[in-house]
Structure formats: structure tokens, C-alpha cells
Ligand binder design. Structure first.
Ligand SMILES: Cc1cc2nc3c(=O)[nH]c(=O)nc-3n(C[C@H](O)[C@H](O)[C@H](O)COP(=O)(O)O)c2cc1C
Length: 309
């Protein structure tokens, strides 16, 4: 998620869950090739695995070049964004508008598969504009599927390409989970991961009766603690067993260390607003985070912040 799942946010999530698959923000091929976003591509190989990089682009040659770079960096998966409806992205002819050109998506996938051995996956919508029917989705998938394509992540809404902001495009088109569920029977060789409006682990478990995987976006970003038992409940593994205070304390130590390396607090502390979700003092917690960012004095406010979660 752009502006959200950066290297710092992923550090925070690795204090909470070791098994969840993490995804970077979308990184465009243009910015990689012009060397503008090397920081965005950075990841912490000691702790982040499994982690996928999401690419935005539609030129098979550029995508192949970027796939090589990302594979060499050590990412576990490369995910192609075929779901972003923003105007800026449409101007670059990638994101959700690519659902109207499955042949090109197929070329993009193949170009990347030819040059790297890590899995190439796709994240798409159930359709675009008025095409929220199963035929549209199945036709799209049938044209991009190949034996090496193992996973498809589907946001269960159409993308409206004109007239809605990206935010509205995550709220207004209705969720049609059935369109995603039916892909499991139609394409049994594909791992189908459902996304969109899924609130927590309980809801994820319900979806997992129908599909192979679940992707959560906003709910864990807004309330990271909801995934604190995902390792045991979904992966049958032990949980990290840390409470909020321990997680926040370790994350704030990380923020202090990052500040010593020149990383502004605005980049690191912005990810903790949701850590006291559900507690009474949300407003004062938020205010203290903002004050800390402004005054750059986490050494002084750290203990008080921890006392508030
Ligand atoms: C701030 C923000 C940034 C997002 N950036 C991306 C992105 O870079 N790539 C992507 O595939 N989806 C992106 N999304 C969409 C989410 O990944 C997800 O598909 C959508 O929010 C629906 O899932 P959710 O209800 O679990 O959040 C973004 C969503 C938000 C709120």
C-alpha cells in the first residue's frame, strides 16, 4: 500500500507476525529504471522474509529489467499491479486499466518469468467499469494463465476508471466475493487470494473455506494488533507472544536507531497511530506522536508513549 507498507511499517509487522506474507508499496518500473526509488526498494533481508515487491508498469522489457533487479535484491515474489485505478497510473497505461488488455498482461508476466526464477504473481480487480460479470473476469484470467503463474490476488471490486478517486474506488463499488470464489473451480491450478473489506482473522478464516489465501490491507494498517494471533490461527505456528507495550517499545527503539541514521521521525512514527486502537486515549496518543515528530524528541516521549498503549 502506497505511503503505508514501506520498510519501517514492515519492520513493525515483523514484530507482530513472522508468517504473514508482506508486500511493498507499488514501485513503478520508470522510477526503478531511472534510479529514483532505490530507497523504496530497500528491504531488511534479516527479518522481512517472506516479502514480495509490487511492480507497476506495462512495458514487458522494462518489467523484465526491474524483475531482475528485484530478484537480485532477494525478494521472494514479484507482484504485478493490475488493480490500481488512479488517474496518474492510467496515464502511464498500467494498473487496473490493464485488465482491458489481457494479452499485454500475459506478455508482461512471461517477460518477467523468462528472466527470474522467483514467482511472478498478479493483483487485479474483479473487473473494470460496468464489467463486474464473471465472464469478464474469467476471460481475463484465461488469457494470462500459464503453468508458471501460481497465484492471483483479486480485490473483489471493480475499478471505475473515470469519475472516482482511488479512495472512492476502495469504497463505492460493491464487494462481490462470489466472483472471486468461483475462480477456484474455474482455475483449480491457480492459488486464489481474496482481498477487499476483510476486517480480521475471524473473517479471513471464513474466506479460507472458499479460497486459498486472504490479503488484508487497511484493517491491519489501521490496527496492527489484529494480526497478533495470525501465526497460530492461520499458520498453525506459535505466535510472537508480544503485547502492545513490548511491540511499541521495540519499534520505538528501532525509530531511535533510524533517527541516528538520519531517517526523519515523520517516516517511522506515522505507522504507530493505530497501535492503541480500541483504547481510551487515542486522541492524546495521536497528539503525542505528532508532537514527537515536530519536536524530534522521542528519547523524551518514549516512555510516555509506551504507557499509553
Ligand atoms: C493508502 C492505500 C494505498 C494503497 N496502495 C496500494 C498499492 O500500492 N498497491 C496495491 O495493489 N494496492 C494498494 N492499495 C489497495 C489495497 O492493497 C487493497 O487492495 C484495498 O485497500 C482493499 O483491501 P482492504 O479492504 O483490505 O484494504 C492501497 C490502499 C490504500 C488504502
Amino acid at each position: 500500500m502506497m505511503q503505508c507498507t514501506d520498510i519501517h511499517d514492515r519492520y513493525l509487522f515483523r514484530l507482530i507476525t513472522k508468517r504473514s506474507f508482506l508486500y511493498t508499496e507499488m514501485v513503478t518500473t520508470g522510477s526503478i529504471i531511472h534510479g529514483k526509488c532505490l530507497e523504496q526498494l530497500n528491504f531488511n533481508s534479516q527479518i522481512e522474509h517472506p516479502v514480495a515487491v509490487q511492480l507497476g508498469g506495462s512495458d514487458p522489457y522494462d518489467l523484465a529489467e526491474c524483475a531482475k533487479i528485484c530478484s537480485n535484491l532477494g525478494y521472494d515474489e514479484i507482484n504485478l499491479n493490475v488493480g490500481c485505478p488512479s488517474e496518474r497510473v492510467q496515464k502511464g497505461s498500467f494498473g487496473a486499466c490493464l485488465m482491458q488488455d489481457p494479452e499485454l498482461v500475459n506478455d508482461c508476466i512471461k517477460a518477467m518469468q523468462e528472466v527470474v526464477s522467483i514467482p511472478i504473481t498478479v493483483k487485479c480487480r474483479i473487473g473494470v467499469n460496468e464489467r463486474d460479470d464473471i465472464d469478464f473476469l474469467n476471460n481475463f484470467v484465461s488469457k494470462i494463465i500459464n503453468p508458471k503463474l501460481k497465484t492471483l490476488i483479486v480485490h473483489a471490486r471493480v475499478a471505475i476508471l473515470k469519475g472516482l478517486t482511488p479512495r472512492q474506488n476502495r469504497q463505492i463499488p460493491p464487494l462481490k466475493y462470489e466472483n472471486v470464489y468461483q475462480l477456484v473451480d474455474e482455475f483449480p491450478e491457480l492459488e486464489i487470494v481474496i482481498n477487499g473489506g476483510i476486517k480480521d482473522v475471524d473473517e479471513s478464516i471464513q474466506h479460507l473455506k472458499k479460497v486459498d489465501g486472504v490479503m488484508l490491507g487497511r484493517s491491519p494498517y489501521d490496527n496492527p494488533m489484529i494480526v497478533s494471533n495470525v501465526d497460530s490461527r492461520i499458520f498453525n505456528d506459535s505466535d510472537m507472544g508480544k503485547d502492545r507495550k513490548m511491540i511499541l517499545s521495540q519499534y520505538l527503539d528501532y525509530c531511535l536507531a533510524q533517527a541516528n541514521k538520519g531517517q526523519p521521525y515523520s517516516r517511522t512514527l506515522k505507522h504507530i497511530f493505530g497501535l492503541n486502537r480500541g483504547l481510551k486515549n487515542a486522541k492524546s496518543f495521536r497528539a503525542l506522536i505528532l508532537k514527537t515528530i515536530q519536536e524530534k524528541n522521542l528519547e523524551i516521549t518514549k516512555d510516555e508513549l509506551i504507557s499509553m498503549v
